[in-house]
Design a binder for this molecule. Structure first.
Ligand code: IMP
Length: 428
């Protein structure tokens, strides 16, 4: 049993794509199990940069199978745009991609619902990616107006189901916005029938496929999307995404029990970022924040939005590392901190004068958090070409050791640049 999971322990964008890409060659199958085209994974492979959103990064490796499992929500238009762009760059996808017949589909009404809802929330908006992810998961949980990949491929079933769904959604959308002219059932039906034809060769019961693959001794890598703090049950609710983006989502989203995962790797940036709304203790709304943003190119892969930057929050990461039971952590973008004189790490929170190292469950408590910092000296030298842990400057090693101590997990990988080669493995 040598399956691996790579999950984000912060608010997403931890550079998980690079870590998955690095470990992929030791595995036979890469599984994406949650989220949709709200995610953005940047992978630098053979000197080429790829921005993936729905496709697992294993797609870049010949001979490896990529699985989009049941927990993913798929926008067909976005999916085929990504697929066609990869094919145009010479990546042969065909027999290496499998899509779950249980995966849910995103339709135009999902994006419309989301834009009306987010606009109506004004200052309280979640700041979603506007890809229709939340409304699609809402329909999944509601069951009666959801459409899955398996439904799309049954022509008669699909036509009838879509008719009912569109009729209902038109009533809903007109209720929310009286000027709304209504969705055109025939146009959507026609468009999705062309998608059905293109999806056909890829769609299968991926749960059964993965169970059989494990019985055959195949090695699987589970590629997380978003970060644990965006987990709908355990994150900074309601400023979260609509699925279980911590390690808790792997079983539900793929059908593979956790007992098959021999290594759970939690990925963290050496600082913290988030996009979208919600409280964010230790936010650096100043020159240092801007310096980190510019040095780390902290602008969203999906939406281009500037990311909110702040110091490493060990309270948050200690919590998410325990939540998912990580075996080790991978620290990415350490090179970005090379520009700083001093570096702070948030080691505890103070709420109403009380010190705690437990992450609060309510957003109102999070708003009252005063971070307690430990200040560490910077190293002010280029570390981007360093290959061995021993060669890192003493202050960089001290920083890594501090993260490890506060999070309570060994650091096994350190990334010092976007290329595969810019990675320090076995950090002892
Ligand atoms: P949604 O997933 O589009 O519903 O957005 C909900 C929240 O999750 C927003 O704050 C988004 O910015 C955030 N989010 C969703 N996907 C990602 C991601 O891949 N990286 C970082 N933030 C994300």
């Amino acid at each position: 049993m040598s399956s691996t999971a790579v999950i984000g322990l912060q608010w997403g964008d931890e550079a998980k794509g690079k870590i998955v890409d690095l470990l992929s060659p030791r595995h036979d199958i890469v599984v994406r199990y949650l989220g949709g085209n709200n995610a953005g994974h940047t992978v630098v492979c053979n000197g080429e940069t790829y921005k993936l959103s729905l496709l697992p990064s294993g797609i870049l490796h010949e001979g490896q199978i990529s699985v989009i499992a049941s927990g993913v929500v798929i926008d067909p238009k976005a999916f085929f745009a990504e697929l066609d762009a990869l094919t145009a760059r010479g990546i042969a996808v065909d027999s290496r991609l499998l899509i779950s017949d249980r995966a849910h589909l995103i339709f135009p009404h999902h994006q419309l619902e989301e834009s009306i809802l987010e606009a109506s929330l004004k200052d309280d908006a979640i700041g979603t990616t506007m890809r229709g992810i939340g409304p699609c998961y809402r329909d999944k949980a509601g069951r009666t107006h959801a459409i899955r990949m398996g439904d799309l491929l049954r022509a008669d079933f699909f036509r009838k189901r879509l008719q009912d769904v569109i009729a209902y959604k038109n009533r809903l959308l007109v209720g929310l916005n009286p000027d709304f002219e209504g969705l055109d059932f025939e146009a959507i039906y026609k468009e999705y029938c062309t998608y059905a034809e293109r999806f056909q060769p890829y769609v299968t019961n991926t749960t059964a496929y993965l169970h059989d693959a494990l019985d055959d001794g195949k090695r699987i890598i589970f590629e997380g999307a978003q970060g644990s703090m965006l987990d709908v049950d355990h994150g900074t609710f309601p400023y979260v995404t609509s699925s279980n983006s911590s390690g808790c989502g792997i079983h539900a989203g793929s059908g593979v029990p956790e007992k098959y995962i021999s290594k759970m790797i939690g990925v963290v940036k050496s600082y913290s970022t988030r996009v979208g709304g919600g409280p964010f203790p230790t936010e650096l709304d100043d020159e240092t924040g801007q310096l980190i943003r510019d040095t780390g190119k902290e602008y969203g892969t999906v939406t281009g939005r500037p990311r909110r930057c702040r110091w490493f929050d060990a309270v948050a990461v200690h919590y998410t590392a325990r939540l998912s039971g990580v075996d080790c952590i991978a620290v990415t973008l350490l090179d970005v901190l090379s520009v700083l004189d001093d570096i702070q790490v948030c080691e505890a929170y103070e709420i109403d004068g009380e010190r705690t190292t437990h992450f609060p469950s309510h957003v109102e408590d999070l708003l009252r958090v005063k971070p307690v910092y430990r200040t560490l000296p910077g190293w002010k030298t280029d570390i981007s070409q360093i290959k061995n842990y021993a060669d890192l400057p003493e202050n960089a090693k001290r920083y890594i050791a501090t993260i490890s101590e506060l999070v309570g997990s060994p650091v096994e990988l350190v990334s010092v640049g976007p290329d595969r080669e810019q990675t320090i493995i076995d950090c002892q």
